[in-house]
Write a protein that binds this ligand. Structure first.
Ligand code: AMP
Ligand code: MN
Ligand code: MN
Length: 329
C-alpha cells in the first residue's frame, strides 16, 4: 500500500464526475457525519453523488443537515466511477453498500483505523486522527473544496462523537482548533448540536441500560468490566441496534476499570464484541484482531461466531491475559 496525498485525492475528486460515498455497517456519528460532509462538498462541486449506508440514516442522527441524502444501497449491483470508503477498517464492513458496487474505476479509502490494511487505489489512513471527520476537514481545506455550515455541522458531529465529546486521548490541540473553526465559520450552535447528539435518546435506551447493568460483572480484580445483551432481552425491550451505542462508556467510567467489554448477541449466530481500553498498554485492537476484528488501540470490535456464553468466555480469557501481560496492578 502506498499512502496517497491530499493533492492526489483532490485531483481525482475534481476530475471525475460520478461518486458513491460509503461507510461501515452499524454506523456511528463519525461514519454518517463524514459521509454527509464529503457528499455535500462534492455535490456543491457539481458532481453526481450518491451516499449509501447499509442501514440508511439512523433515527438518532436524522437531525444531521441533509440527512435525507443518505440512502440504503440499491438491491442490484451498479457500476460506479469513483467509490469512496470512509471510516471503514475492513472493506467488507461496508456490508451491502459493498455488494451494491458491481465495479468501480477507482476506490478511495479514507480512514483513521490503525488496523486498516489499506485497500483501494488511493489511500489515506491517519491513525493519529481521532475521527475520519478530522481528516476530511484537512482534505477539504487543503484542496479548497466547497465548505458551508451544513458541512461544518456534519464534521462537528463526526468529530464530537468519535472523541467522546473531545475527551479521548487522541483529542489534540489541532482537534480543538478544527472544532473552533467549524463553530466559528459554520456558525454552529454547540449547545443545540450537543443536545441533539447526547440528550435526545428514546426512553428505551435507558431501559436497555438497566437490563445491561443486571448482567454486569467485574473480573480480573476489577480491571475488566463487562455486560451483555441477549437476543431475548433485545426483543423484550423492543430495542433497535443503534440504542446501545455508547452504553459501554458506563463501564469504562468506573474507577479501576482498564478494559470494558460489551457483548451483543446477533441474529446471524454471531456475537458483536465491543471493547474499550483506558490504558495504551492494553491494546484492544490487538485483542479484537485475534477474533478477525479490528479498530483502534483504545476502541475496537469484532464479530465472533458462537453462543453468548462461548464468546464471552473466549474473549474475556484473551482480555484477562492481555491485562495481566501489561502488568497492570
Ligand atoms: P464499536 O465498539 O462498534 O463502537 O467499535 C469500536 C471501533 O472498532 C470502531 O472504530 C469500529 O470501526 C471498530 N470495529 C468495530 N467492530 C469491528 C469489526 N468487526 N472489524 C473491524 N473493526 C471493527
Ligand atoms: Mn466509525
Ligand atoms: Mn471513526
Amino acid at each position: 500500500m502506498t499512502a496517497s496525498t491530499f493533492d492526489q485525492i483532490g485531483k481525482v475528486l475534481r476530475e471525475h464526475q460520478q461518486f458513491v460515498v460509503l461507510s461501515h455497517v452499524r454506523p456511528d456519528g463519525d461514519a454518517l457525519g463524514s459521509q454527509l460532509a464529503l457528499g455535500l462538498s462534492l455535490q456543491q462541486l457539481g458532481k453526481d453523488v450518491r451516499i449509501w449506508n447499509e442501514e440508511g440514516m439512523l433515527e438518532k442522527y436524522s437531525f444531521l443537515p441533509r440527512a435525507e441524502l443518505l440512502r440504503k444501497p440499491p438491491p442490484t449491483a451498479e457500476h460506479v466511477d469513483v467509490a469512496i470508503a470512509l471510516d471503514t477498517a475492513i472493506q467488507n464492513r461496508l456490508g451491502t453498500a459493498l455488494t451494491a458496487i458491481g465495479s468501480a474505476n477507482i476506490w478511495i479509502n479514507i480512514d483513521h483505523h490503525l488496523s486498516n490494511p489499506g485497500y483501494g487505489d488511493l489511500v489515506i489512513i491517519d491513525s493519529s486522527a481521532p475521527a475520519t471527520g478530522e481528516i476530511l476537514f484537512n482534505l477539504i481545506k487543503s484542496q479548497g473544496l466547497p465548505f458551508d455550515h451544513e458541512i461544518a455541522e456534519n464534521l462537528y458531529a463526526a468529530i464530537s462523537t468519535d472523541t467522546g465529546s473531545f475527551q479521548y486521548s487522541q483529542t489534540t490541540a489541532r482537534t480543538l482548533e478544527i472544532a473552533a473553526e467549524l463553530v466559528r465559520n459554520g456558525h454552529l450552535d454547540v449547545g443545540k448540536i450537543s443536545q441533539q447528539l447526547y440528550e435526545n435518546y428514546p426512553p428505551r435506551r435507558l431501559e436497555l441500560l438497566r437490563e445491561l447493568l443486571r448482567t454486569m460483572r467485574f473480573i480480573e480484580r476489577g480491571r475488566i468490566a463487562t455486560f451483555s445483551l441477549s437476543l431475548k432481552t433485545a426483543a423484550e425491550l423492543n430495542v433497535i441496534p443503534e440504542d446501545n451505542e455508547g452504553l459501554i462508556d458506563h463501564l469504562r467510567a468506573v474507577r479501576g476499570v482498564i478494559v470494558a467489554v460489551f457483548f451483543e448477541q446477533l441474529s446471524d449466530g454471531k456475537v458483536r464484541v465491543s471493547m474499550r481500553s483506558k490504558d495504551e498498554r492494553v491494546d484492544v485492537c490487538a485483542i479484537c484482531q485475534k477474533f478477525s476484528g479490528g479498530g483502534h488501540t483504545l476502541a475496537a470490535g469484532a464479530r465472533v461466531g458462537g453462543t453468548l456464553a462461548e464468546v464471552e468466555q473466549k474473549v474475556l480469557e484473551e482480555t484477562g491475559e492481555a491485562v495481566k501481560r501489561a502488568c497492570i496492578s
